[in-house]
Design a protein around this ligand. Structure first.
Ligand code: UDX
Length: 472
């Protein structure tokens, strides 16, 4: 199938490259000529595991190509995937101006009928507007535009795997022709007919992806509803963590037991500094705005957003309580990216923590295996170190802000001896309080037992209580 991808940001690059890997002829375009020049030269401007390999292979085989001539890209594709950004406006609504621009471009440049697919995250009813714009700006009366929605559920850090091994693929369509075209495009992924860059020997024998075919409106809602539910689940865990601190529980044990119930599930219950990144914060805002404009009460999501925003206040309260005075303190920062396995710092909780500690006069030293370049551009006053042990020397405190697995494997006994004061405030509950206590650290985190509490009796596996006595 000849496919055009408009927008070579994160979603467009992963989508275009993976569809080429699945055997399609893909041409990508973007309104940033420098980005296109870099891509043509084989430079992938984002850090995403496994992407480089399949990008290079498909560029070489010419299955994947790039052009800054958007009109050419429009004309070449039978199916056009719109992957432009929909960043938040001041009021939280999604900025759809790039979608509108692309729609007018397609309408004026297309010489044959096209299937136009929304891949960008958009609020419900965008497809209807897209169809209208394509109609009113259409230059060639003899052609037709079909519109469809095909939301992505890619997570940064695992996007290639998420695209090639999705849990589900969603088509929002208005007719059978569009549905069949999309089925043809995704057939190699549904039937695992691709060389998997993630599982070099053989892919795990998991169930094939579920295919959901629905209306465009429902498909658009599925994306926002899914991301908002994930955000709400994280805020719920954080709310429980706060209560654990008040009544003396252990959030990890609570969420572990909750997650054993398949109706709840173990994932996205990690308490800490809250959710960041370019998706969850803006999608929950856009969903709330859509509900407000439509007269639906989404106060539950507003609360989830408020709980999330307060994580930073609560974290800085822990820092202030431990340090008393923040001014002039040497504070080490482990982790800057909004989550592990990415260099992305957009809407990362770490940025607000840095901003506020600098404002209070702390001297910051930071380490992150991927996100330092992007952060140093924003915070020239922070000292960046190529490896974590360099920044702990004589530090008054160490703050963990991103859940990079490498922090668990650090030599904490060694760090204990290097710090001026062995104080760790773990914003991602990465470490084991008991182990940190045994190393002699003052250790604070979210919803876990803290050093200040007397050693608690840790019950051995209690025999199952009979319901009667439990009720008594
Ligand atoms: C998210 C969705 O997961 C993905 O399906 C969608 O397509 C795009 O948005 P992503 O933004 O890459 O993906 O990040 P995700 O892995 O969802 O993490 C989001 C944030 O939540 C991160 O800041 C992470 O640290 C935080 N998080 C995640 C928690 O605080 N606790 C958790 O249990 C899980």
């Amino acid at each position: 199938m000849r496919i055009s991808v408009i927008g070579c940001g994160y979603v467009g690059l992963v989508t275009g490259t993976c569809l080429a890997e699945a055997g399609h002829q893909v041409i990508c375009t973007d309104n940033d000529p420098e980005r296109i020049a870099a891509l043509k030269a084989g430079v992938v401007p984002i850090y995403e595991p496994h992407l480089d390999a399949i990008f290079a292979a498909n560029l070489r085989s010419q299955k994947l190509s790039f052009t800054s001539n958007a009109a050419e890209a429009v004309r070449l594709g039978e199916v056009i995937f719109i992957c432009v950004g929909t960043p938040p406006l001041e009021n939280g609504e999604a900025d759809l101006s790039a979608i509108d621009n692309v729609a007018r471009l397609i309408a004026t440049e297309a010489c044959e009928s096209k299937l136009v697919v929304e891949k960008s995250t958009v609020p419900a009813q965008t497809g209807q507007q897209l169809k209208r714009v394509l109609g009113v700006y259409r230059r060639n009366g003899g052609i037709e535009f079909h519109v469809a929605s095909n939301p992505e559920f890619l997570r940064e850090g695992t996007a290639v795997e998420d695209f090639l091994h999705p849990d589900r693929i969603v088509f929002g369509v208005e007719d059978e022709t569009s549905e069949n075209q999309l089925r043809k495009i995704y057939a190699p992924i549904m039937e695992r007919r691709f060389r998997c860059p993630v599982h070099l020997s053989s892919c795990p024998a998991t169930k094939p992806p579920a295919l959901v075919v629905t209306t465009i409106n429902s498909s658009e809602l599925i994306k926002h509803a899914s991301n908002s539910f994930l955000a709400m689940k994280i805020s719920y865990a954080n709310m429980i963590a706060d209560l654990c601190e008040k009544v003396g529980g252990d959030i990890k044990e609570v969420t572990h037991a909750m997650g054993l119930d398949p109706r709840i599930g173990p994932r996205f219950l990690d308490a800490g500094l809250g959710f960041g990144g370019f998706c969850l914060p803006k999608d929950i805002q856009a969903f709330i705005r859509l509900a407000e404009c439509s007269g639906a009460d989404f106060s539950m999501l507003k609360e989830a957003e408020r709980v999330n925003k307060r994580r930073i206040d609560l974290f800085l309260e822990k820092v202030r309580n431990a340090l008393w005075v923040i001014k002039e303190k040497r504070v080490g920062i482990l982790g800057l990216a909004f989550k592990a396995n990415t260099d992305d710092i957009r809407f990362a909780p770490s940025l607000e923590v840095l901003r506020r500690l600098i404002a209070e006069g702390a001297h910051l030293r930071a380490y992150d295996q991927e996100a330092m370049d992007k952060t140093s551009a924003l915070f020239p006053q922070v000292q960046f170190f190529r490896e974590p042990y360099e920044l702990v020397r004589d530090a008054d405190a160490l703050l963990i802000l991103t859940e990079w697995p490498e922090f668990r494997d650090l030599d904490w006994a060694r760090i204990h001896g290097m710090m001026c004061r062995p104080l760790v405030i773990d914003g991602r509950n990465m470490l084991e309080p008991r182990a940190m206590m045994q190393h002699g650290f003052e250790y604070f985190s979210f919803g876990q037992p803290e050093k200040s509490q007397p050693a608690q009796f840790v019950p051995a596996q209690l025999p199952a209580l009979s319901t009667a006595s439990a009720g008594a």
